[in-house]
Design a binder for this molecule. Structure first.
Ligand SMILES: Nc1ncnc2c1ncn2[C@@H]1O[C@H](COP(=O)(O)OP(=O)(O)OP(=O)(O)O)[C@@H](O)[C@H]1O
Ligand SMILES: [Mg+2]
Length: 349
C-alpha cells in the first residue's frame, strides 16, 4: 500500500477463536481441545497485502478459513466494511452468507487436491457464480472466458479436466475461480508453496497484477518470511494459534521485537555459498496446540526466556505505531533484524 494512502479498514477480526474438540472412544466423549486459533485480533486495511507466517500447524489455514466462515469460528467476530456499510460477517445466516460470500474468497493451499478431478475447468471456475445465483449461462460463460485469459490460460483449456494441467496451471485455475465473482478480499493460502521456484515468481507476479487491476485486498499465508517479504505491506507472525508480532514489512524485517521472528529471519536462506549461515536453531518442535505450554507458548524454545515467561501469558502490545509484539522481555532485548544478519554475513565472506 502506498505510504501516503489513508488506511481504511476492510476487515476487523475481534477475539477470533477456533477450538477443535478431541474426542475419545465410541461415545465420542470430549477429552480436550486443539486451540488452532486462539483469540486473534487484527484489522486488515483496504488494498493491502497482509502476510501471515508461522511454522506448520500454527493455525494459518484455520485463521483464513474461519475468517471466511468456510469453517465456523468457536468465538469472535469478523466485521466487513464495504460500500460504507459494516456487516457482522459472523452473524449472517446461511442465506445472507451465500450472498456475501462473493466478496470474500480463498485460493487454496494445495493445487493438486483443491480442484475437483471430475469437473471441467469451465465448471470449476463457474461454480461460485452458479452457487451465488442470479447469472444467465451466457453471462457465466463470458465471465469465465475473461478470467481464464486474465490468469494466462486459454479458452480451449476450459473443456479439459484438472489432471491435464501442471501445478502452476492448476493454481492459475484456482485463482480464476477465486476472482470470478469480483471479490474484495482474498485469502491466498500458501498459494505458491507447492510450486517450483521459477513458477512461484510467475504466480506471485500474477497475483500482484490482479490485485492492482481489481482493487483487491489479500491475506497472504506462507510458512516462511522470504516469500512474504516481497509481496506484503504488513506481516503478522503466528505461533501456536496466536499473533506474536505484527508490523509493516520493512519494520518487522529490520527491527523484530519477538524472539520467534528473530529466529524466522535468521532462517531466510543466504544466496552466497561462501557465507556461513547464522540461523538460530530453535530447540524442540513447534508445541502442541492440544496441550499449550504454560505462560508464553514460545518459552520452551526461547533462548531469552525468564521465570515470568513460564507462568504469565504475554499480551500483544503496541510498541510504536503499528508495531505489535507479545513478549515480556521486549524492553531489555536487542534482537537482530535482517540488517544485522546481512552485516554479519558479509563480514564472514
Ligand atoms: N479438522 C481439524 N480437527 C482437529 N484439529 C485440526 C483440524 N484442522 C486443523 N487442526 C489442527 O489445528 C492446528 C492448526 O492447523 P492449520 O492447518 O490451521 O495449521 P497451518 O498453520 O495452516 O499449517 P500448515 O503450514 O501445515 O498448512 C494444528 O494443530 C492442526 O492439527
Ligand atoms: Mg495451512
Amino acid at each position: 500500500m502506498p505510504e501516503n494512502m489513508e488506511r481504511v479498514p476492510l476487515l476487523e477480526i475481534e477475539g477470533l477463536k477456533k477450538y477443535y474438540p478431541i474426542e475419545a472412544g465410541i461415545s465420542k466423549k470430549k477429552i480436550g481441545e486443539v486451540k488452532a486459533v486462539d483469540n486473534i485480533n487484527l484489522t486488515v486495511y483496504k488494498n493491502e497485502v497482509l502476510g501471515v507466517v508461522g511454522e506448520s500447524g500454527c493455525g494459518k489455514t484455520t485463521l483464513g478459513r474461519t475468517v471466511l466462515r468456510i469453517i465456523e469460528p468457536t468465538a469472535g467476530k469478523v466485521k466487513f466494511h464495504f460500500d460504507d456499510k459494516e456487516v457482522d460477517f459472523t452473524a449472517l445466516d446461511k442465506k445472507e452468507l451465500r450472498k456475501m460470500r462473493r466478496y470474500l474468497q480463498m485460493i487454496f493451499q494445495n493445487p493438486y487436491t483443491s480442484l475437483n478431478p471430475r469437473m471441467t475447468i469451465f465448471d470449476i471456475v463457474a461454480e461460485p457464480m452458479r452457487l451465488g445465483g442470479g447469472f444467465t449461462e451466457d453471462e457465466i460463460s463470458e465471465r469465465v472466458k475473461t478470467l481464464i485469459n486474465k490468469v494466462g490460460l486459454e479458452v480451449k483449456h476450459l473443456n479439459r479436466y484438472p489432471h491435464a494441467f501442471s501445478g502452476g496451471q492448476r493454481q492459475r485455475i484456482g485463482i480464476a475461480r477465486a476472482l470470478v465473482m469480483d471479490p474484495k478480499f482474498v485469502v491466498a493460502d500458501e498459494a505458491v508453496s507447492a510450486l517450483d521456484v521459477s513458477i512461484q515468481a510467475q504466480i506471485l507476479n500474477l497475483l500482484k497484477e490482479l490485485k492492482d487491476e481489481n482493487n483487491l485486498t489479500y491475506m497472504f499465508i506462507a510458512h516462511n518470511l522470504s516469500v512474504v517479504e516481497h509481496v506484503s505491506d504488513r506481516v503478522c507472525v503466528m505461533y501456536l494459534g496466536r499473533v506474536v508480532e505484527m508490523a509493516e514489512t520493512e519494520e518487522l524485517f529490520y527491527h523484530p521485537k519477538h524472539p520467534y521472528t528473530e529466529a524466522l529471519l535468521s532462517a531466510i536462506p543466504v544466496a552466497d555459498p561462501t557465507v556461513e549461515n547464522n540461523r538460530i536453531m530453535l530447540p524442540g518442535e513447534v508445541g502442541n496446540a492440544a496441550n499449550l505450554p504454560s505462560g508464553c507458548c514460545f518459552h520452551p524454545r526461547c533462548k531469552y526466556a525468564c521465570e515470568e515467561c513460564k507462568t504469565k501469558v504475554p499480551e500483544l502490545r503496541e510498541l510504536t505505531p503499528g508495531h505489535f509484539a507479545a513478549c515480556h522481555r521486549i524492553e531489555d532485548l536487542k534482537l537482530e533484524g535482517i540488517g544485522e544478519l546481512k552485516v554479519k554475513n558479509s563480514s564472514k565472506s
